[in-house]
Design a protein around this ligand. Structure first.
Ligand code: PEP
Ligand code: MN
Length: 264
């Protein structure tokens, strides 16, 4: 179901404010985590002004340590939804378990399946049964075929509203980059599948100064959208402090991306 052989034309995912895929380009941005009500309202307005049409923000967070900030839960979802509605944006947020699908689904337009859950097959099947758009992140050490099989789990339940997110894969040298952005995966995925391909340069980079160059590379390679972490005061962020962009940095990045897209 995921293959170009099954469906030759690009899948276009329709949401309240976006058509994702095909010749469209979608910028999704916001903080790693929703930290409080005020910050998400301010950020929503700022990323919208820069050109984003989807607001991201984690409320249920898959943190490496159980002692780190785990997100605001349902309150975070409420703040995110209100901030998005106030600014005419769609919402994308992570759902981590089957049990949370119903409550997260009440607040979000797009379910994000995190890299750590790419092969959580029960979760994939359950979001497949909802028919709500899903952004499926590539696992930390997943092959392209494994990513496509994960998408197949969602599609096999009848949900074709799937976008694939390349967010960097783990390699042997994490000293200067958190993960390795697999730019080659973009044209490969376009050849193999009809689903939209999105680049998340933030989690690949791990460092704010690397986010823009990786975003440009992904766009030049044919990505149909970007997922980027933005925070008013990245140094004080409760998660992923090193890689979040300020609104000013993000605005510059989007302007540059538009120039790259205008080339062809
Ligand atoms: C995130 O988007 O904040 C996140 C945790 O991403 P990933 O699953 O790619 O690590
Ligand atoms: Mn993050």
């Amino acid at each position: 179901l995921s293959s170009r052989a099954f469906k030759s034309d690009d899948t276009i995912i329709k949401t309240a404010h976006n058509e994702i895929g095909g010749n469209n380009f979608t910028v999704m941005a916001g903080p790693c985590s929703v930290e409080n009500e005020e910050m998400i309202h301010r950020l929503a307005a700022e990323v919208k002004a820069a050109g984003a049409t989807v607001l991201r923000g984690g409320a249920f967070k898959p943190r490496t340590s159980p002692y780190d900030f785990q997100g605001l839960g349902v309150n975070g979802l409420k703040y995110l939804r209100e901030a998005a509605d106030e600014n005419g944006l769609d919402v994308i947020t992570e759902v981590m378990s089957v049990a949370e699908i119903e409550s997260v689904g009440q607040y979000t337009d797009i379910f994000q399946i995190g890299a750590r859950n790419m092969q959580n097959y029960e979760l994939l099947k359950a979001v497949g049964r909802t028919h709500k758009p899903v952004a499926l992140k590539r696992g930390l050490s997943a092959t392209i075929d494994e990513l496509l099989n994960a998408a197949e789990y969602i599609a096999s339940e009848g949900n074709f509203n799937i976008m694939l997110v390349e967010r960097g894969i783990r390699s042997f040298d994490g000293t200067y980059t958190r993960n390795v952005l697999d730019v080659g995966a973009v044209p490969v995925l376009h050849k193999l599948t009809h689903f939209p391909v999105i680049i998340d340069p933030s989690h690949a980079a791990g460092h704010a100064d690397l986010v823009a160059p990786l975003a440009y590379a992904g766009v030049a390679a044919g990505a149909q959208g970007l997922l980027i972490e933005v925070h008013q005061d990245p140094a004080r962020a409760l998660s992923d402090a090193a890689q979040q962009l300020t609104p000013a940095q993000f605005t510059k990045l989007v302007d540059h991306v538009n120039k790259i897209r205008a080339i062809d």
